[in-house]
Design a protein around this ligand. Structure first.
Ligand code: CTP
Length: 409
């Protein structure tokens, strides 16, 4: 996650059973290139050892507001001032109440009250405690202070109950922190993204597909959501974990992509067709498994619908932006421009898929981005997360002229 690279993060750990997950979280954050300082409540230090978090973060852990030696190295004001962002996880009912009231009787509450950095709160507790009006009211108060609150996940809870109360996974907590470092310039917008490969069946057990992992589309969906959009992700089969808080529609075939994307595009402000949709599908699907036979076998294919072209022809929301991708192995710029014009796009993102260091099934990518006015930009090789934000910057820029003129009207 490039947004966390070189950031100074303060992790404030509360005293709930989910505190054990903070060990993995610290590893995840340092792995993303962040410097992590940890502060713990007294109860948190009984659930997970400060030594564990000190070893994993590589920094001393603050546990005691009134300890003179700690105050010299990890005093609450220093922690508060040095942080680029603060995460409180797990935020117990008690910790939420103290934060809401501004009670600073330990190093965690004192640091949170003292910081001027963005604060992310991740509550985690028993489902009945979470739904209690006192907890709801405290969360509302904290939101009123400008803190962003990450809703807990639902599922089996350590206390034996089922329901909402689980601390989100480290990836999702990190994503909540990453959102502190982007502008919410897609707030109020609806973004539709397709991702992953399509699968076209040959018989009940075999299919034709491609090497798309879905990473670029998933990265765009996550980036759009961090920037405030309501995101729908139409995905072909992918092993990736879906980004949090996106509405996920699972599909398989080119026909499925056509149906879902065309249905939903009318309500979207931004439509991004990232999926590697098969251009051809077997003419017929055998009812039974095809048996081994002659030395050679022929399969007849029929052209699939070009979903992106259909989207380009359709009536769309005023000022909406249609983004297509172009996977090329030669004449990158000319082929990409031809696709932009032929498919009536606002923006095309072209990849040279013959490169070893990017494109399909890779974590990195380099792209040539061309907009409808011919303005082009060649990005160097970068993570798909970062490229996603670069693409969204261009989307936002394309929406701006009309937004500015309607504001002036
Ligand atoms: N696309 C689509 N429906 C298809 C094939 C492709 O919507 N049946 C979309 C892709 O999601 C991508 C864009 O069209 O956004 C370009 O895909 P690409 O494979 O690069 O090009 P094609 O249009 O298939 O043309 P060619 O294979 O000849 O390069």
């Amino acid at each position: 996650m490039y947004l966390l690279n070189d950031r100074k993060l303060l992790l404030c750990v509360g005293g709930g059973i989910a505190a054990y997950k903070c060990a993995e979280l610290v590893r995840f954050l340092t792995g993303a290139g962040a410097t992590v300082q940890v502060a713990m409540t007294g109860a948190a230090a009984r659930f997970v050892s400060p030594l564990t978090l000190q070893t994993l973060s590589g920094n001393p852990v603050a546990t005691d507001l009134l300890d003179a030696s700690q105050d010299a190295t990890v005093g609450h004001i220093r922690l508060a001032d040095e942080a680029d962002a603060v995460l409180v996880a797990p935020a117990t009912a008690d910790l939420l109440a103290r934060l809401a009231l501004g009670i600073t009787n330990d190093v965690v509450t004192a640091a949170v009250l003292a910081t001027r950095a963005p604060v992310v709160i991740a509550p985690s507790m028993n489902v009945n405690m979470y739904s209690h009006p006192a907890v709801r009211a405290n969360i509302k108060t904290l939101e009123g202070y400008g803190y962003s609150v990450l809703e807990p996940d639902s599922g089996e809870l350590a206390c034996g109950w089922e329901g909402q109360g689980r601390l989100p996974d480290p990836e999702d907590l990190a994503d909540g922190l990453a959102a502190c470092f982007v502008e919410r310039d897609l707030e109020g917008m609806s973004v539709l993204v397709s991702a992953g490969p399509s699968r076209e069946a040959l018989d009940p057990v075999r299919y034709i597909s491609n090497r798309s992992s879905g990473r670029m589309g998933y990265a765009l969906a996550a980036a759009a959501r961090r920037r405030g959009a309501a995101v729908t992700l139409v995905s072909g089969p992918s092993s990736l974990r879906p980004p949090r808080d996106c509405s996920l529609i699972d599909v398989e075939t080119a026909e499925d992509f056509r149906e879902q994307m065309l249905d939903r595009a009318v309500d979207a402000d931004v439509v991004m067709m990232v999926a590697a949709v098969a251009d051809y599908a077997p003419t017929t699907v055998a009812k039974n498994k095809i048996k081994k036979g002659d030395a050679q076998m022929r399969v007849e294919f029929v052209k699939t619908p070009d979903v992106l072209s259909l989207l380009g022809e359709r009536a769309r929301r005023p000022n909406s932006v249609l983004v297509g991708f172009a996977a090329e192995t030669e004449n990158l710029a000319a082929n990409a421009l031809a696709k932009l014009q032929r498919k009536k796009l606002d923006l095309v993102v072209a990849n040279d898929v013959s490169r070893k260091d990017g494109g399909f099934d890779s974590t990195e990518n380099a792209a040539l981005i061309i907009d409808r006015d011919g303005k082009d930009e060649s990005t160097g090789s970068m993570s798909k997360d970062e490229l996603a934000d670069r693409i969204l910057d261009r989307v936002v820029a394309l929406r701006q002229p009309a937004a500015a003129s309607s504001a002036g009207a």
